[in-house]
Design a protein around this ligand. Sequence first.
Ligand SMILES: Nc1ncnc2c1ncn2[C@@H]1O[C@H](COP(=O)(O)OP(=O)(O)OP(=O)(O)O)[C@@H](O)[C@H]1O
Ligand SMILES: [Mg+2]
Length: 256
Amino acid sequence: MWAVVVSLAEDLTLALDRLAFAKRLGLEPDPWQEDLLRSTSDQILLNCSRQSGKSTMTAVITLHRALYHPDSLILCLAPALRQAQELFGKVLGFYRDLGRPVSPQGERKLSLELENGSRIVTLPGSEKTIRGFSGTSLLILDEAARVEDELYFAVRPMLAVSGGALMMLSTPYGKRGVFYEEWSGGHGWERYEVPASQCPRISEEFLEEERASLPPFIFRQEYECSFEETEDQVFTTDMIDRAVTDEVQPLFGTGE
Ligand SMILES: Nc1ncnc2c1ncn2[C@@H]1O[C@H](COP(=O)(O)OP(=O)(O)OP(=O)(O)O)[C@@H](O)[C@H]1O
Ligand SMILES: [Mg+2]
């Protein structure tokens, strides 16, 4: 099925092995990424540091499902349009890098439809946006701590009917919301906790600088997987948003 030269044996390996698929995309997955790629669980929670590679893994898993499981509908939701665009950009980038192994039927700004009947749709998430998407085989919530609870309540019954898998990936955002509730007490989840110290692309020096310049609770939230108290919060959510940059520059940059 490949435009670039890939043997039948390799294609079979890539179909069966998401880790091999990630490597084919030029990634050398971190240990937690390896575990995730090998997982067969259909309920996964990832509580990860900023810039640990969660969106990248989302893109790999999404594309693999679309290419190798015909007729899949994969929905990737992120709280804001910019995040949905970024995620879709990664999916599309990988798809193009591979030489579009399954032909596109429709390549749009935020969705990709393939000749094998699979569809990848990325959306800024709100309860309204997912109405009308039934038969989802994989639903991914990126930055899940920041999506509306209503969205989560709307998708659960949808997945019960389709038998689809659910992955929620996030950096924590206070002791509130469904991501926190599920992480701290939900049943049936496979959980991954990935602090920045486990990410080989984030140096100790960088972390020390961040520790020195950020309020301690923000540092713990952004880099140490910590759900911080919100009741007696000294800084407003808005102040936190402004204190933390969207892009942690410029240590990384491989693979983009
Ligand atoms: N295994 C890997 N090998 C090389 N680079 C990687 C790997 N995983 C992620 N990266 C790179 O690390 C950077 C951050 O990845 P990504 O955007 O997926 O992280 P994130 O956890 O979603 O970050 P954020 O918290 O900002 O949303 C990107 O440049 C990505 O290409
Ligand atoms: Mg991300």
